[in-house]
Design a protein around this ligand. Structure first.
Ligand SMILES: Nc1ncnc2c1ncn2[C@@H]1O[C@H](COP(=O)(O)OP(=O)(O)OP(=O)(O)O)[C@@H](O)[C@H]1O
Ligand SMILES: [Mg+2]
Length: 358
């Protein structure tokens, strides 16, 4: 008998549009003989709507859907409450959830909490791993010791948390005593390079801190790392074994990989098999798995590094990596001979094994 898979996409994050592309790529590769797929889109305002087809996502007509959906927290019903345009309500039992969400509310443990309550198996990391990985400051705190143990470092940083923002003089003093310009300023919780700036002077630093603080009450100021931007895909198979793909490279055309460069710049290129020392490649793969395990990862994550002349420097982990046709995560696995169809089925399988383990 076919199972019902709920694909959730869109969301209130800055990566809403990427998510709409990811879900199309994911659902296109789901076995239709095994799963009936429900497409539940979250608008930027936070409305939950049922989309009737992938094409309605591609042409954006799903925003006009009159069918509302709500995932119930009731762990016995394990259902989606569907309200049609006449106000008639019905329950649709859901067997497994595949979130194709990125960023705020979708990748930070928020919606994972609702999935936990619903007791429906879901693909991806749980609440804790999602929350830690979305928060750059806590990722650094958690990853520090395990990375050091294998000889990999991360960018040095100074944090400004909450009311510390009021003491700008002291903040500047702390930063300037640690680093020389330029430095990178980022909100701890954001994604898609939002609120991130490269500050080349004290004036730019102050402006950058204010801009980052507008996005999150925790701000990080990091030393600038000069290196190539490389990424590794991690997968935890249904048996619980953690695996790393090869290492890919982002060849950003811009000064740094900001939002525009990420999503609007056609000259960006990705390379799933760039030239590098095998020693570096193996260390990056090992470090990617180390970080994934340190945050208590499940199913999947993409782990990003800078590759400097002195070896890799860890940058960040993404627990709901982009899954579009040109995204690194599925491309890295394809390069290893794992087709998208196979990868997606394996990811769905991880949802069930986690559910059993808990
Ligand atoms: N310490 C650093 N040194 C040099 N470049 C940096 C540094 N931190 C960030 N960058 C540049 O800024 C880009 C965005 O930073 P980062 O990856 O930390 O955040 P993000 O991309 O917003 O997060 P996410 O990938 O979750 O969307 C990086 O890809 C890189 O080009
Ligand atoms: Mg990044």
């Amino acid at each position: 008998m076919k199972q019902t898979l709920l694909a959730v996409f869109g969301g209130r994050s800055t990566e809403h549009e990427i998510s709409c592309k990811s879900v199309v790529n994911i659902v296109t590769n789901i076995d239709p003989d095994r799963y009936d797929v429900l497409l539940c889109g979250i608008t930027k305002e936070g409305e939950w709507l049922l989309a009737d087809s992938l094409s309605s996502i591609e042409d954006s007509s799903w925003y006009q859907s009159k069918v509302h959906a709500a995932l119930l927290p009731d762990g016995k019903l394990q259902s989606l409450l569907v309200t049609d345009q006449d106000g008639k309500m019905s329950l649709r039992k859901v067997d497994v959830i595949f979130p194709a969400l990125h960023g705020k509310n979708g990748e930070d443990g928020t919606i994972q909490g609702l999935f936990e309550m619903s007791r429906i198996p879901y693909v991806g990391c749980g609440v804790l791993a999602s929350a830690i990985s979305m928060d750059k400051l806590y990722t650094k705190i958690i990853a520090q010791a395990p990375l050091r143990a294998i000889g990999v470092r991360q960018a040095a940083y100074v944090s400004i948390v909450g009311r510390q923002i009021e003491n700008m003089e002291e903040n500047i003093e702390r930063i300037e005593s640690h680093f020389s310009y330029p430095v990178f300023v980022k909100p701890s919780n954001a994604g898609s390079s939002c609120g991130i700036t490269k500050a080349r002077s004290r004036e730019e630093l102050i402006a950058g801190i204010k801009a980052a603080y507008a996005v999150d009450r925790k701000v990080l100021v990091e030393e600038m790392i000069v290196g190539r931007e490389v990424e590794c895909a991690v997968f935890r198979d249904p048996e619980g074994n953690v695996k790393a793909s090869g290492v890919g490279e982002i060849l950003a055309a811009a000064d740094f990989y900001d939002y525009d460069a990420k999503y609007n710049c056609p000259t960006n290129e990705t390379d799933v098999d760039p030239q590098m020392d095998d020693k570096d490649r193996q260390l990056i793969r090992k470090a990617a798995m180390t970080v994934f395990q340190a945050v208590d990862g499940w199913s999947l994550a993409r782990v990003d590094f800078f590759l400097t002349k002195d070896g890799p420097v860890f940058n960040e982990i993404n627990t709901q990596p982009g899954f579009t046709a040109i995204s690194m995560y599925p491309m890295l696995w394809e390069h290893q001979g794992v087709s998208k169809k196979k990868l997606i089925q394996a990811l769905i399988d991880t949802a069930f094994t986690r559910h059993e383990e808990i």
